[in-house]
Design a binder for this molecule. Structure first.
Ligand SMILES: Cc1ncc(C[n+]2csc(CCOP(=O)(O)OP(=O)(O)O)c2C)c(N)n1
Ligand SMILES: [Mg+2]
Length: 918
């Protein structure tokens, strides 16, 4: 919107509000009302007239008007800043007393307290003394909950929250069952943590003690879910309290949890390295008190705090799609549990919050719960954040934030209900900040009084949340001592029974009752070809379909003339299929089979290099046409999203999506591969290693534009070397392909293989338009397959070849050009299309055709020697050749590429020459 348009819109809004206020002052909110009263007062002064009449026609004196304005301001002050006076910290003896809420700062005298006030902005104009009004406001806003919602830009959302917050007390006292349930929820983690403390002395468990109300919040959410249309919870959390959540909320069998603590524990898995117990995920079905089933899954996560957030969002979205819950997204509820220091400190938090309203990434609102124990390891909040609250980042997306005292379970339950109702109503994120403490050190072997002596002293003298609440219930006569003791005993008996079951299992089966093997097997890779070809007539038909545009659609002339015309020619002739065309055919063929395709990344609809155009825009209306949604009657869903400008959040999201969407080809594209290291945690901790750690497989594709074309250090390298260094145990495919047909097969292979593996693809830039980098339709037809290694098609007489150049990706075309320009006949160029897993047998078979070249094998790459594939490939090729492998490429360097185009060109020419001559 232009500046003048936006001023116009604001004036219109002002006029509408003013008219509404004149007719009925209560119809606008208090801020507007105070503004208009002040405005009229000012205008009257300017005109030297008596003060204006208030709504209702009563003539007001100036001092009366000023008093009314102060009352309106006081109401506003409590609504917006009342949380600063709320008693949130269970370790403090009293509520804070911020000056912003003092009588003086509100502009009143003590004598004013007895004045009668009645304003339509509070309690519907009910008459009361100023004292009563301020007390009322204090009891709403400065009790054990601090409400932050006045930052929200939408008046109707604020009004919705205001209505509920200010009428909280009207619900009356909680029922006895609710109180007992809350006490039970506090006792469950307490008894569990104590049991572990006594049975497994000195073991790390990252106890929740002090923040036990987390379980109250989760149990409340579970109970609330079915009545508001919820069916599943997809959750993620870090170390703190994870074992308690697993044991008490997900009800992971206790014997299994205890077994994981035992010395003899060996993971029950077929292969891989496993992980520590407080990283493991779990899935279960809970039954609510009314007998409704709720599926709950907790994502496995690494130590990297907050890294799992994006993954959980992606999983939730995939489940929403699986349940066809894509219109309202009310059935699958993402829940993220955070630590205070991590929530404030980790940038990925902001990135993931930023996903929350985007068409391709929204999940209908996430319920965030912060276990705010007011410390991060040994670091105090004053050293850990510049904001007042650890949750302030969430205000960026207009999320309401409810701070709540962790010693007050009924308040925790109440805000949880409100948070969930909010999520189901507005499909937006909401934050519950449970202010609590950490009874022990960061873990149980840590001494907290080294660094926080005062806090540790206060904690050791503070009764547990369950003890605090138990006492209150007994004093109020809700529960007898005997009832409370019986409740604890019941929970302790369950824990004993779990330990007994483990002991019995050990007795029957020996030390290893759950049948893990002490030596995890190596994960193997299956090299058998996968049927990925598509019959030629189908490809031709598909190619034709992709060219169709709706009647009357105004195509951009360049797209018509160049892009579509070239594709038409290629389909008609069966030749000249370029990279992006092959991609469209791969996507289209999968869609036609009823499988789904999801592509996401920065500007991927058009494509960074203007190569894809998978969404066409009408030049007059900007109406969109998706040719890939037009390939057949029962086709799968094609989704393509331009993402927010984040790598970590988007890649994490798409990875999470891939975990629960086995029939969807999921591709994440980096703008340039260079930027993918912004998501390094997702790559290292999830994509590379999740199968080995958590037996969690994914078929995600990473499209990483890569290649040395003189564009400088940050537009050249997707850091192939990093991916190769992470390659082991058949964890993924790493490819740097040279033909569109290979790309076609590699993409289709992702859904056609029986085992699921991520695919890391170095993708082309200049090759997108290189006349030589084209395939025939026949190269994708039935009976054609992906080739891990490509032999040289240009060698007629292999027996004459005395040198083999191995390469991968774009440099192949530079080598070809040099060979043909120099009419070299004795060199064969062998392309290692799939660098990992390297197909040894195929390399052997191909090199066997060149008997005279066995001593002269050269690896040629564009990257510096400490980068690219060299370190990975040379021991492997040397093992095969039994001779030293020669190197032709850039010299070692700390930066991936030079800035100067001239130096780049000289280097490139040299490395190509070296490949033939060194
Ligand atoms: C990204 C990352 N950096 C550092 C750490 C090391 N670390 C583990 S727990 C922790 C403190 C976390 O504090 P907070 O988020 O408040 O959670 P709490 O342990 O207090 O529940 C740190 C720094 C980590 N696990 N992940
Ligand atoms: Mg903390």
């Amino acid at each position: 919107m232009s500046a003048s348009l936006s001023v116009r819109a604001n004036l219109d809004l002002l006029e509408t509000k003013y008219t509404a206020w004149k007719q009925n002052a209560a119809s606008v909110d208090a801020t507007w009302s105070a503004f208009f009263e002040g405005f009229e007062l000012g205008m009257a002064r300017l005109a030297k007239q008596p003060p204006p009449a208030a709504a209702g026609g009563v003539q007001l004196r100036e001092d009366e008007l000023a008093f009314r304005m102060k009352v309106a301001e006081a109401i506003m002050r409590f609504r917006s800043l009342g949380h600063t006076g709320a008693w949130l910290d269970p370790l403090s003896d009293a509520a804070p007393n911020p000056s912003a809420l003092s009588l003086e700062s509100l502009g009143f005298d003590p004598a004013d307290l007895d004045a009668e006030v009645a304003t339509q902005f509070f309690r519907g104009g009910q008459r009361m003394t100023l004292r009563a009004m301020l007390n009322d406001l204090r009891s709403v806003y400065c009790d054990k909950i601090g409400f932050e919602f006045m930052h929200i830009h939408h008046p109707e959302v604020r009004a919705w929250l205001l209505e509920r917050v200010e009428n909280r007390s009207s619900a009356g006292a909680p029922r006895r069952e609710e109180c007992v349930a809350a006490l039970r929820s506090l006792l469950k983690p307490e008894t569990f943590e104590r049991f572990l403390h006594q049975r497994f002395v000195g073991q790390k468990r990252f106890s929740i003690e002090g923040g036990d109300a987390l379980i109250v919040s989760l149990e409340t959410l579970l109970e609330e879910l079915p009545a508001r249309g919820g069916k599943e919870i997809v959750m993620g959390m870090a170390h703190r309290g994870r074992l308690s959540v697993l044991a008490t909320f997900l009800e992971k069998p206790l014997e299994l949890l205890f077994y994981e603590f035992s010395e003899n524990y060996v993971p029950n898995m077929v292969a891989g390295d496993g992980d520590v117990k407080y990283h493991l995920g779990f899935e279960s079905t809970r039954v609510t008190s009314t007998g409704r089933k709720v599926r709950v899954q907790l994502a496995a996560n690494p130590s990297h705090l907050e890294a799992v957030n994006a993954v959980v969002e992606g999983k939730a979205r995939a489940r929403q799609r699986a349940l066809d819950d894509i219109a309202e997204r009310k059935q699958v509820i993402p829940v993220l549990i955070h630590g205070d220091a991590a929530f404030a400190g980790q940038g990925t938090v902001a990135e993931v919050l930023n996903l929350s309203q985007l068409p391709g990434y929204r999940t209908g609102g996430t319920v965030h719960i912060v276990v705010n124990n007011q410390i991060g390891f040994t670091t105090s909040p004053a050293d850990a954040r510049s904001s007042d609250y650890c949750t302030d980042v969430a205000k960026m997306i207009d999320a309401p934030v409810f701070h709540v005292n962790g010693d007050c379970p009924m308040e925790v339950a109440w805000v949880t209900k409100l948070a969930f109702e909010f999520r189901q109503t507005f499909a937006r994120d909401v934050v519950i900040d449970i202010v609590c403490y950490r009874r022990h050190g960061h873990n149980e072997t840590d001494e907290p009084s080294f660094t926080q002596p005062n806090m540790a002293r206060a904690i050791s003298g503070h009764p547990t949340p369950a003890a605090v609440y138990r006492q209150q219930l007994i004093e109020r006569g809700v529960l007898s001592e005997a009832d409370a003791d019986a409740l604890r005993k019941e929970l302790e008996d369950k824990l004993d029974a779990g330990a007994r079951r483990l002991a019995e299992a050990e007795e029957q089966k020996g030390d290893n009752p759950y049948e893990g093997t002490a030596e995890p097997a190596q994960m193997d890779y299956d090299y058998r070809s996968v049927h990925t070809g598509v019959p030629l007539p189908q490809l031709t038909e598909l190619g034709g379909k992709l060219l169709e545009v709706p009647p009357g659609f105004h195509l951009h002339p360049t797209i018509e003339r160049r892009f579509l015309a070239a594709r038409r020619k290629a389909i008609e002739s069966g030749e000249g299929i370029d990279w992006s065309h092959a991609e469209a055919l791969a996507f289209g063929s999968l869609l036609k089979e009823g499988l789904g395709v999801r592509l996401s990344g920065q500007d991927c609809r058009r494509g960074t290099f203007s190569q894809r155009h998978c969404v066409l825009y009408d030049t007059e209306t900007r109406e969109r046409h998706f040719p890939l949604r037009n390939v057949g009657p029962d086709q799968g869903l094609f989704c393509v999203y331009n993402s927010l400008l984040s790598e970590a959040a988007v890649l994490g999201f798409d990875y999470g999506y891939s975990l629960l969407a086995p029939n969807v080809l999921i591709c994440w594209e980096a703008q340039f591969g260079d930027f993918s290291n912004g998501a390094q945690t997702i790559i290292d901790q999830f994509i590379a290693s999740a199968e080995s750690k958590w037996q969690q497989s994914s078929h995600l594709v990473l499209l990483l534009p890569h290649g040395y074309e003189g564009q400088g250090p940050e537009h050249s390298s997707a850091r192939l070397e990093r991916f190769l260094q992470l390659s082991a145990g058949g964890n993924w495919h790493v490819c740097n392909l040279t033909t569109p047909a290979q790309y076609f097969h590699a993409l289709r292979r992702q859904l056609k293989r029986t085992t699921r593996k991520p695919l890391i693809l170095m993708t082309p830039k200049s090759l997108l338009r290189h006349p030589g980098c084209v395939s025939r339709l026949a190269d994708m037809a039935e009976d054609t397959v992906f080739s891990e290694v490509l032999d040289d098609p240009g060698v007629d007489k292999p027996e004459r070849v005395t040198r083999l150049i191995f390469c991968s990706g774009k440099v192949y075309y530079d080598l070809l050009e040099h060979r043909s320009a120099n009419k070299i006949k004795n060199v064969a160029i062998i392309r290692v299309e799939q660098l990992y897993p390297l197909h040894y047998e195929k390399v052997k078979e191909i090199t066997g055709r060149y008997p005279r070249a066995q001593k002269k094998w050269v690896w040629c790459q564009e990257e510096p020697q400490n980068m690219g594939a060299w370190s990975h490939i040379f021991p492997r090729l040397e093992e095969l050749s039994q001779h030293p492998l020669r190197y032709a490429g850039r010299v070692r360097s700390s930066s991936p590429a030079v800035g100067s185009k001239a130096i780049h060109t000289a280097e490139q020419e040299k490395l190509v020459r070296d490949a033939f001559e060194s």
